[in-house]
Design a protein around this ligand. Sequence first.
Ligand code: K1U
Ligand code: ZN
Length: 209
Amino acid sequence: MCLYIFLASVLSAQDVRTSKSGLNFREVALNSACNSFNNQAFMAILDILNYPDPRLYTVAEPVQEVDATIHRLIDDMAETMYAAPGIGLAATQVNVHRQVIVIDTSEDKQNLQVFINPRLLTQCGSQDYEEGCLSVPGVYETVTRAEKITVEALGRDGKPFTLKAEGLLAVCIQHEMDHLLGKVFVDYLSQLKQVRIKNKMKKRQRNHA
Ligand code: K1U
Ligand code: ZN
């Protein structure tokens, strides 16, 4: 709002040439400045659900339209993932039950990858990787997953793409797709380990309360 008043006073009130949209150039400039200000200034860090919160077991619904609400969710999820810090985040973990994933496994954190409505087309081989999860803080356990995968999804622009992945990226995509199916990596572990992890989380919650 402050920005709007500031720009309104800076842009000349006499400049009333009309654009194609029917707005005058002063209004177009104000709208575009305010949109970009809103997008950048109000990205939020979202609360991440902690295991064994029952909401983590919700199956996510497909996204029907990649609109401004989904863009806002993606931006907030990316902000939340980078702040955590983590290399991936599924919408389920922030209690939004839509098929949206963000991932950045790059060193410099400049390669955000967005997967909307992801589908696994092919998988082959197997690899063991010591996984972590932002919903299970402080727990790292080895999980066996496919070594190479091909995934199809929509990007942030709503356009379909196909990606071949291996190594950490393949692990991360599979881990995040499990979240969308209501599955947490702890579910792959023995009953004894699951009980121990649940007790550790309860203790952690008591100490952080
Ligand atoms: O889904 C999540 O909870 C995010 C998770 C992704 C993941 C990590 C490792 C294997 C599979 C999936 C994390 O990001 S846990 C944190 C983490 O791995 C990390 C944090 C900081 C720097 C590097 C890695
Ligand atoms: Zn996780």
